[in-house]
Design a binder for this molecule. Sequence first.
Ligand SMILES: [Ca+2]
Ligand SMILES: [Ca+2]
Length: 81
Amino acid sequence: MKKIIIIAAMLATSIAAQAADKEFTSRDKNNDGMLSVKEWIGSHKTSTEPEWVARRTKTHERLDKNSDGQISAEEWAARKG
Ligand SMILES: [Ca+2]
Ligand SMILES: [Ca+2]
C-alpha cells in the first residue's frame, strides 16, 4: 500500500513539472508561479541592451495571452501550440 502512495506522489509531481518546466521555474525568481517581464528579461550581461529588452518584451507580450503582464504556467505550456 505504501508503495502505491509513493508512485501516486511521483506521478503528481511529474504532472506539475510538465505544467511548469525547469526553464519556467528557474526564471521565476520570486516563485509566484508567474513570469513577469522583468523575470523574463533576466539579469545577465546582455539584459541591459535595448535590443535584447525590446525583443524579450515582445516575446513576453506574445506569450502573455490574457495580457495581465505575467506569463502563467498555462500560458508557458501553450507557447508551442
Ligand atoms: Ca514570478
Ligand atoms: Ca498572462
